[in-house]
Design a protein around this ligand. Structure first.
Ligand SMILES: Cc1cc2nc3c(=O)[nH]c(=O)nc-3n(C[C@H](O)[C@H](O)[C@H](O)COP(=O)(O)O)c2cc1C
Length: 165
C-alpha cells in the first residue's frame, strides 16, 4: 500500500524521543517539495523543549496533541518571495511531505492549523524565535505512535471524478 493510503493523523505519542537524524530525514523530504518557480519559501523550526510544546498546545483546541508529542516542527513562510501568492501552497506541499515521511519512518504526526488565523499566527510569533517577516504556517506534532496507526476508512469516491476525453 502506498504511503498516502497508510497515512492518518496520529494525536497520541509515547515518551520516546525522535532522534535528530530522523528529524533531518523528515526535513529532507519537506525541502524536496515542489514550489512555485522553485522559490522554496520555507524555513523549519524544530521544537523539542517540553515546556514550549506544552505552551504551544494551548494555541487552539486542536493543538492539544502538542502536549503529548516529544517533538514538533513549525514550517515557516519566509517573506519577499518571487511568487508570493503561491507560498501557502508551497508550504502545504512541504507539510504533506513531512507527514508522508513520518509514515515511512514509523512515526505518527498530525498537522495543526495556524495560518491564516491571525490570532494563532500572533500566538506562535509570541513563543517561537521567528525572523522578521516570517509567518508560521502550521505546527506538526510528531512522535512514536501510542494509538492504532491502521487506516480503516478509505475516502475514495468515484462520484467526485469527471473524466473528459
Ligand atoms: C489545514 C489543516 C489543519 C488541521 N488542523 C488540525 C488541528 O488543529 N488539530 C488536529 O488535531 N488536526 C488537524 N488537522 C488534521 C485533520 O483533522 C485530519 O487530517 C482530518 O480529520 C482527516 O483525518 P486523517 O488525517 O486521519 O486522514 C488539520 C489538517 C489540515 C489539512
Amino acid at each position: 500500500m502506498s504511503l498516502c493510503l497508510k497515512r492518518k493523523s496520529i494525536r497520541h505519542f509515547t515518551a520516546e524521543p525522535v532522534a535528530m537524524p530522523v528529524v533531518e530525514t523528515l526535513l529532507k523530504s519537506a525541502m524536496q517539495a515542489p514550489s512555485a518557480r522553485n522559490q522554496q519559501p520555507w524555513a523549519f523550526i524544530v521544537i523539542r523543549n517540553r515546556q514550549l510544546l506544552d505552551t504551544l498546545s494551548t494555541m487552539s483546541p486542536g493543538a492539544k496533541p502538542l502536549a503529548r508529542a516529544p517533538i514538533a516542527i513549525c514550517p515557516v513562510i519566509r517573506p519577499d518571495m518571487p511568487a508570493p501568492k503561491m507560498v501557502q501552497q508551497d508550504l502545504a506541499a512541504a507539510t504533506q511531505n513531512i507527514l508522508l515521511e513520518a509514515v515511512q519512518q514509523n512515526l505518527g504526526a498530525v498537522w495543526i492549523g495556524v495560518c491564516p488565523h491571525e490570532d494563532r499566527i500572533a500566538f506562535v510569533r509570541e513563543h517561537l524565535p521567528l525572523q522578521v517577516g516570517d509567518t508560521p504556517f502550521c505546527l506538526i506534532a510528531i512522535g512514536h505512535p501510542a494509538e492504532d496507526t491502521t487506516v480503516t476508512a478509505f475516502r475514495y469516491d468515484p462520484s467526485r471524478l469527471k473524466v473528459i476525453d
